[in-house]
Design a protein around this ligand. Structure first.
Ligand SMILES: NC(=O)C1=CN([C@@H]2O[C@H](COP(=O)(O)OP(=O)(O)OC[C@H]3O[C@@H](n4cnc5c(N)ncnc54)[C@H](OP(=O)(O)O)[C@@H]3O)[C@@H](O)[C@H]2O)C=CC1
Ligand SMILES: CC(=O)N[C@@H](CCC(=O)OP(=O)(O)O)C(=O)O
Length: 351
């Protein structure tokens, strides 16, 4: 029996990637696609790459259009899911790609987002450590049977996956974490702003949200606290570069004095040894964003900088795949007891 699925925000980038992946999922059947300004349009007129979904028409995003499905994926602007979801049955699996339900701290929500706070849901990065869990326990344990799931911020999950193993193993310090990210403009969504005009982006690298103000900082801190960090401090600087998709995050932290380079590497290799979608590259190898495009894969390269006393991680993720839609589908698979890899591929597209 196929699960019936609705996707809200289906005219956007995250919604489009959800639909591309859902179209290849053996257990999921997309019945309803919703939008805002594009409601009434044929899906194919707005998302012409989704050829197998030509029969679908975008409808308005309301509790009525979203009700009656087994699963609802929300890919809406921040602040839109809380009120909407309160009208959906409690036994409907709702996976929100926005930020509305990621943060457990209302103060963090107020400081970085603002507006009504609707509370935290189970967090959709299965490979991260479970808060208060025993060694080896991960967030996926909290997703089993869940009916409300918060998919991650793409930059937040990338940096968190990069550093959580070292925190959990006690080989790096949580103070003085520094992350600098090259990111593609699709992370900002489809709506046009002057900053994202091709003429502003092509041939340039454009930093933004500098100096401790980026909304993903509290989400990373939350993930690292769940991994065992006490009072993590994170300097986070994203830079938009001319590639449509992708994140390349260089995340560094101080190594706990006296820790051997072998122990540092072992922490990462052990953390992800059995993870299909998070892979640690052999010593001396580092990923490129091109290696993960379209894939539900995070690739992590790792070096110990002995002179600086720091671990340097370089992590590549497709912001729309493992960074959003892939993570959302992976979490839904776990919630429903399906194989975690259903409908998802570790393989990217090249060139
Ligand atoms: N892009 C990314 O890499 C990532 C995105 N996300 C999150 O996913 C969500 C969607 O992002 P993204 O796809 O990039 O954004 P887009 O701007 O590309 O798409 C936004 C979607 O929401 C719809 N929408 C806009 N305003 C409203 C409204 N008032 N009520 C209902 N629907 C509305 C749009 O409909 P229409 O076009 O018809 O107006 C469109 O379908 C956001 O919460 C984002 O933060 C999370 C991780 C990464
Ligand atoms: C280029 C760009 O603007 N990227 C976005 C990434 C957004 C994301 O990960 O999603 P959420 O907005 O759901 O957290 C940013 O840095 O805010």
């Amino acid at each position: 029996m196929a699960y019936s699925v609705a996707v809200a925000g289906a005219s956007g980038y995250a919604g489009g990637e959800l639909l591309r992946l859902l179209a290849g999922h053996p257990e999921f059947d997309v019945r309803t696609v919703t939008a805002n300004s594009n409601a009434g349009a044929r899906l194919l007129d707005v998302q012409p790459h989704l050829r197998s979904l030509a029969h679908l028409t975008l409808v308005e995003t309301t509790p009525e259009t979203l009700s009656g499905h087994d699963i609802v994926f929300l890919a809406l602007p921040h602040g839109k899911s809380g009120e909407l979801t309160s009208h959906l049955p409690a036994d409907t699996l709702v996976v929100d790609c926005g930020a509305d339900h990621r943060l457990v701290s209302e103060e963090d929500w107020a400081a970085f987002y603002g507006g009504d706070y609707y509370g935290a849901w189970a967090y959709g990065v299965p490979e991260l450590p479970l808060a208060g869990g025993a060694a080896g326990q991960k967030q996926r344990d909290r997703l089993v049977g869940a009916r409300r799931i918060a998919a991650p911020g793409c930059n937040a999950s990338t940096v968190s996956l990069a550093l959580a193993p070292g925190i959990r193993a006690g080989v790096i310090e949580a103070a003085d974490i520094v992350a600098v990210l090259a990111v593609g403009p699709s992370g900002a969504g489809k709506s046009l702003t002057n900053a994202n005009l091709a003429s502003e982006i092509l041939g340039s690298a454009n930093p933004y949200a500098i100096g401790g103000v980026h909304r993903h900082i509290p989400e990373i801190a939350q993930n690292l606290r769940w991994a065992g960090a006490v009072a993590p401090t994170i300097s986070f600087t994203p830079v938009i570069v001319p590639m449509s998709r992708g994140i390349l995050a260089t995340s560094t932290a101080r190594i706990v004095p006296g820790t051997s380079a072998a122990a540092v590497r072992a922490a990462w290799e052990e953390a992800y040894a059995n993870e299909p979608f998070v892979q640690v590259l052999p010593a001396g190898q580092f990923p490129r964003t091109a290696d993960v495009l379209g894939a539900n894969t995070a690739l992590i390269g790792l070096a110990v900088d002995e002179a600086a006393g720091r671990v340097v991680t370089v992590t590549a993720v497709d912001n729309l795949a493992k960074g959003t839609a892939g993570a959302a589908i992976q979490s839904a698979n776990i919630a429903l007891g399906l194989p975690e890899t259903s409908g998802l591929s570790v393989n990217g597209v090249a060139p």
